[in-house]
Design a protein. Structure first.
Length: 429
């Protein structure tokens, strides 16, 4: 072989290697681009402002998964309506300090402190993270605008915080939130079939679970039962349609309770009516499923009791309520003491800041209810021990809980929305 032939072969090999590298590079770029397509518009559109300092520092700025303490400022990088009626809007949040975002567990939520104009103090509200934790460029929440209830008296104001997000919070604005938290999470270590059951905006934590399962190429058998009124309320229609088409292990049942003539059976939805346990039973085989529920209270109650009757163990049914019903019982006030037939075991509850002393007995469900029915205001959001908004220092005494709180808290504090006295109490309120 002549020297020039060897040089030609060498040259050809170099060209082949470079071409191969280019092809591999293109492939990787295409994979990333299609991944971005799944998440909407490219994240490169986000321009992050110069680094600011968070109000409180992270416990460690080197470990990405460490959560921050206190509030942290986020810029709304993008807003996007998620349904035809435009009453559900997603907010893409990027940290103002430009530090890495800690991971979270699919199903967890953020707690915001929002400067609503209608009241002196900021409003604290929780919103579920609606995207998979595999997406680490932003946090996404999806907020439903809450009008005044249909049967409410005239002049009842619409929802404060949802109104703030829809009417006031614009792209570029800053909002403050505490770190992700919550116990309503997908069991990420399990391989069992998983059933996600959502009503209305209750889809948000389940979307995070669904997207995580898809992003991690889970081979678990996955079912999504999702109920809404009709096509105009259907959240993330295109995304769900794509998932149904492209993921063979995801089975989807969409039910419309009030389909309009524009709603196409078998194209937009499968079932006319509500999601029921009868429907779920009719399509699921076997009984080794993990169930995750989030939606209106009535739907969750009926599905939970139906599943229990079917024989599903309580540990396999996990649920989250966005809002527990407001207290219904009215208790009269007399000299700071509740007038009820006092039962043995009644306790004295002192609110140290106002000096009010109330008597609690078994006719009253929770400390929150006791306070509210006696005109004592207490910050609260979920009313179900999830969010920590009502966290109050307990300077004396011990409490019991109506059900175990999802929100962890230190000794010497309590969550009055689900707490009952076990002894006389002094609350720092
Ligand atoms: C863990 C968790 C996760 C959540 N995730 C989401 C989520 O992903 N997306 C989402 O949209 N929501 C979510 N929520 C619910 C959210 O936190 C808020 O509760 C919801 O947005 C309503 O808050 P608001 O301030 O808009 O309404 P509020 O101001 O709290 O009002 C609530 C309702 O009461 C009515 N009202 C006000 N005053 C009166 C009165 N005097 N008499 C009668 N009615 C009255 C209002 O009109 C409104 O309909 C979640 C809640 C929790 C606890
Ligand atoms: S109001 Fe949410 S924990 Fe009490």
């Amino acid at each position: 072989m002549t020297t020039s032939t060897i040089a030609e072969i060498g040259g050809l090999m170099i060209i082949a290697a470079v071409t191969l590298q280019l092809l591999m590079g293109l492939r990787a770029m295409r994979a990333r681009a299609s991944e971005r397509g799944r998440h909407g518009s490219a994240i490169t559109e986000f321009s992050v402002e110069p680094a600011g300092r968070p109000e409180t520092a992270t416990t460690s700025n080197s470990v990405e998964t460490v959560l921050w303490m206190g509030k942290r400022k986020f810029r709304i990088a993008r807003r996007m309506y998620e349904n035809e009626s435009q009453d559900i809007c997603s907010y893409y949040l990027v940290p103002l300090d430009e530090r890495a975002l800690p991971g979270f567990r699919p199903g967890q939520f953020l707690t915001f402190e929002l400067p609503v104009h209608e009241q002196e103090h900021p409003a604290m509200r929780c919103y579920s993270l609606s995207e998979s934790p595999t997406v680490d460029e932003y946090y996404r929440i999806s907020v439903k605008r809450l009008p005044a209830p249909a049967n409410a008296p005239e002049n009842t104001p619409p929802g404060l915080s949802s109104g703030f997000f829809h009417d006031v919070a614009l792209e570029g604005d800053i909002v403050e939130t505490f770190a992700p938290t919550g116990q309503f999470c997908l069991d990420q270590g399990s391989n069992r079939p998983v059933v996600l059951i959502a009503g209305g905006v209750g889809l948000t934590p389940l979307l995070s679970m669904l997207n995580w399962l898809i992003d991690t190429r889970s081979e678990r058998e996955i079912w999504l039962f999702y109920g809404v009124r009709n096509r105009s309320d259907h959240i993330m229609y295109d995304h769900l349609k794509r998932v149904r088409k492209e993921c063979p292990n995801v089975n989807m049942y969409i039910s419309y309770s009030q389909p309009t003539p524009n709603c196409r059976p078998r194209v937009d939805y499968n079932v006319h009516g509500h999601i029921t346990v009868d429907l779920i039973q009719s399509v699921l085989g076997g009984d080794q499923y993990e169930f995750y529920l989030c939606g209106p209270a009535a739907m969750m109650n009926s599905i939970r009791s139906g599943l229990t009757e079917w024989g599903v163990p309580a540990d396999d049914i996990r649920s989250e309520a966005f809002q527990a019903p407001a207290p219904s019982k009215q208790t009269s006030v007399a000299d700071g003491t509740i007038e009820t037939d006092e039962e043995p075991g009644a306790f004295e509850v002192k609110f140290s800041r106002s000096g009010r002393i109330l008597r609690w007995n078994k006719g009253v469900d929770t400390l929150l209810e006791l306070a509210e029915s006696n005109g004592i205001k207490m910050p609260c959001s979920c009313r179900s021990g999830n969010c920590g908004t009502c966290l109050t220092r307990l300077t004396q005494g011990t409490v019991d809980y109506v059900h175990p709180p999802s929100k962890e808290h230190e000794d010497g504090s309590c969550l009055p929305c689900i707490a009952r006295p076990k002894s006389d109490l002094v609350l720092d309120l």
